[in-house]
Design a protein around this ligand. Structure first.
Ligand code: FMN
Length: 184
């Protein structure tokens, strides 16, 4: 039987929540990517990794990239978790900024929506988000059109949002199910 491991890297919990849901559905093992010995990943047929997006970069991805050669013949699924909706241009942008064409070809990639609560942010993140807010406000003042995502982002500073949904993991579960049945 195929063995699956679900790895995650989170700052505020959304990526961990998705990883827990996936591991629960699959009865797979679950680890924070910081705590796993890469040698142990050899024992699995399917590796799922989810990391949160910060300034378009997927957290924790360097560990996956460093060990990617040893994942030959394994199914590798990577998902990002961010405030942006999972539109195709958002997904293409995340892929282009985080993966080489060689890696893109070998993985299956998904983007899941997380949440945003300005009040809970660490100081460094608060400062970065304040800078982004003043950039967006400057755009508005100059009469430049804000995109729907930018307007949504501005609104989220005053009201916390949580887009996490168990339903969003279904395409990932389907993909793993196809793989495990193919290997049964
Ligand atoms: C400083 C900062 C930068 C962020 N950059 C992005 C981004 O580039 N794209 C995106 O979709 N979300 C971005 N977000 C939103 C986070 O990805 C979102 O809150 C996510 O749910 C965090 O996941 P976590 O709870 O697993 O850490 C950013 C949030 C902060 C605080």
């Amino acid at each position: 039987m195929s063995k699956t491991v679900v790895l995650y890297k989170t700052r505020y919990g959304s990526s961990k929540k998705y990883a827990e849901w996936i591991a629960e559905e699959l009865h797979g093992d679950l680890f924070d990517i910081e705590d796993v010995d890469p040698e142990r990943l050899k024992d699995y047929d399917c590796i799922v990794f989810g990391g949160s997006l910060y300034a378009t970069g997927i957290s924790g991805l360097s560990t996956i990239k460093e060990n990617f050669k040893s994942f030959e013949n394994k199914k590798v699924i990577i998902f990002s978790v961010g405030a942006s909706p999972a539109r195709s241009e958002v997904i293409e942008d995340i892929k282009a900024k985080n993966f080489s064409p060689e890696i893109v070809e070998k993985i299956e990639f998904f983007h899941l929506r997380g949440g945003f609560d300005f009040k809970r942010l660490r100081l460094v993140d608060k400062i970065l988000m304040i800078l982004l807010k003043s950039k967006l406000k400057g755009k508005k003042r100059r009469g430049e059109e804000l995109s729907d995502d930018e307007r949504g982002m501005l609104a989220a500073y005053s009201t916390a949002v949580d887009f996490t949904s168990r339903k969003a993991i279904e395409p990932i579960l389907e993909s793993i199910s196809k793989f495990t049945h193919g290997n049964a």
